[in-house]
Design a protein around this ligand. Structure first.
Ligand SMILES: Cc1cc2nc3c(=O)[nH]c(=O)nc-3n(C[C@H](O)[C@H](O)[C@H](O)COP(=O)(O)OP(=O)(O)OC[C@H]3O[C@@H](n4cnc5c(N)ncnc54)[C@H](O)[C@@H]3O)c2cc1C
Length: 476
């Protein structure tokens, strides 16, 4: 490790930590990202993989559109959240076309349902209003008699009570883990220090308000220092707090979600069902890599986060619900190819047994741990929105100590000289200070690969200064 002092240390490389390092490094903070396992291997690899369009925020706590319209402030918040999701959805499709998949989601509307057809129309009209383009919803409300021609719909329950089917384009993330790993690598190229498979043995506050982390990687133990700590350990946030000398109040109330993958008839390959289960919780049947993903479950969870694996009872419950929604398919245990479980890292709150949903920042100063932020409840798909929000929180507490030092950890990419590295690999040569402030550190870093000794480092640094003086008339 070339560097041990950082502005910010982020514990946990899931959606939150990876979004945060991306935003912080762009804002000029020096950052270290540490995960005890691999990048994106926690909850962020356990989701339903849906780039939500934000529909759920237009009916918070299962409220109806009529109730929402009576509460303008709730409606305004819902619209703001929906816009963030629509923006992230469009951005994802534009930036990662090879990782985006689309499917036609069918939302059945039975007579006497909680949401009438006009309310669904209104919700999608609101989504269209906040859409910034890129991934159209293609919303349609299809009357029941015509909808029965859509694959999957013909197997739905209570055909005689089916009033209509709302269809729209769903965006799914194929392999979000790779999107997150790519983001880590690009942050590393910009100067972040990123450490996977690194155990944090102790988290110790210092007298000046900064932090020391004792970390172990294989057999090597190191001490890292940071002025601010972001606890982005998802369901493990409380376990990280337990490594500090303070007894902090509980922050996480995890909700367990299990999925099953089943093979459906080939004509269903592009279609899914989005509905509520008999408890009124979201239940989706969506295509993924040639199979369909069914679920999730929504159960309070009190075990250890590492023990959250699928249970046969959860698989049975998911199949039971599938048989209720799509009786015509008669799904059974032998149709299940595989299953997975994850824990939603919701905030602990005495009034919410399954935790409080929604992104929340916890200033741990209240618990005697100043300069530590914990982050709960971020979805996966909006990792960049969350990252920007983390950077905004950090900015209210801390200014970057120096601008980014990409050259300190950037891959050399065939660069042979310091001028190659700073002008044509990291771009720092074109900054206002022409890279003179980072050149020596960059030379030391490059020396490890290029074999320069101390004299070689000084020669490269001198050659760099000479280049800048001759070509740009600075610092002669
Ligand atoms: C069943 C289910 C379905 C979901 N579906 C969707 C969906 O369709 N769309 C969507 O956008 N979101 C979805 N989500 C939500 C989303 O997946 C999570 O909220 C999000 O991934 C949480 O990210 P995180 O960074 O907070 O946590 P994690 O991804 O869990 O990251 C925390 C990281 O901290 C690390 N860590 C733990 N302890 C330590 C330690 N001591 N030291 C260092 N590192 C440590 C872990 O290894 C882990 O990598 C779903 C979640 C679940 C559970």
């Amino acid at each position: 490790m070339d560097r041990r002092d950082f502005d910010v240390a982020i514990i946990g490389a899931g959606a939150v930590g990876i979004g945060a390092v991306e935003a912080l490094i762009k804002s000029g903070y020096s950052v270290v990202l540490i995960d005890r396992g691999d990048f994106a291997s926690g909850t962020s690899s356990r989701s339903s993989r849906v780039m939500n369009c934000g529909l759920q925020y237009l009916a918070p706590n299962n409220s109806t559109m009529g109730q929402m319209l009576k509460q303008p402030r709730v409606l305004a918040t819902g619209l703001r959240q929906a816009r963030a999701f629509m923006r992230a959805r469009s951005g994802f499709v534009r930036e990662f076309p090879d990782r985006s998949r689309t499917a036609t989601s069918c939302y059945p509307i039975w007579r006497g349902d909680r949401y009438a057809g006009w309310q669904v129309d209104l919700a999608f009209a609101a989504l269209r209003m906040v859409d910034v383009g890129g991934a159209p919803l293609n919303y349609r409300r299809v009357p029941a008699d015509r909808a029965k021609k859509i694959p999957l719909v013909k197997w739905l329950r209570d055909a005689e009570k089916l009033h209509a089917v709302a269809t729209y384009t769903e965006v799914l993330m194929d392999w979000p883990e790779r999107v997150l790993v790519d983001s880590v690598l690009s942050s590393e190229a910009r100067g972040a220090t990123v450490l996977n498979h690194t155990i944090i043995e102790a988290v110790t506050p210092q007298g000046d308000g900064s932090w020391t982390l004792r970390v172990r990687r294989d057999e090597t133990v190191d001490e890292l220092h940071a002025r601010l700590l972001v606890n982005a350990a998802g369901p493990w946030i409380d376990e990280v707090l337990a490594r500090t000398p303070v007894t902090a109040p509980r922050k996480i109330a995890a909700s367990k979600g299990t999925h099953i993958m089943v093979r459906l008839p080939p004509e269903c390959a592009q279609f899914g069902i989005v509905t509520l289960n008999r408890k009124g919780q979201p239940y989706t049947i969506l295509p993924l890599r040639g199979l369909h993903c069914l679920g999730p479950t929504w159960d309070p969870y009190s075990g250890g986060p590492d023990d959250a694996v699928p249970l046969e009872s959860e698989i049975a419950a998911l199949l039971d619900e599938a048989r209720y929604i799509l009786p015509g398919l008669s799904l059974a245990r032998q149709d299940v190819a595989f299953a997975w479980s994850g824990l939603r890292p919701y905030a602990f709150h005495p009034d919410f047994p399954q935790g409080k949903r929604g992104l929340e920042f916890h200033d741990m100063a209240e618990a005697g741990l100043p300069n530590m932020l914990a982050v709960t409840g971020s979805p996966l798909g909006t990792y960049r929105v969350t990252g920007a929000a983390v950077a905004a929180q950090v900015a209210t507490r801390l200014a970057p100590s120096s601008r980014g030092t990409a050259a300190q950890s950037a891959p050399l990419e065939h660069a042979r000289t310091l001028v190659d590295l700073l002008f044509r690999r990291t771009g720092e040569g074109w900054d206002e200070r022409l890279g003179l402030d980072v050149a020596e550190a960059a030379a030391r870093r490059a020396a490890l690969t290029l074999g320069w000794d101390e004299a070689g480092i000084q020669a490269e640094f001198a050659a760099y200064r000479a280049h800048v003086a001759r070509q740009h008339l600075v610092g002669a």
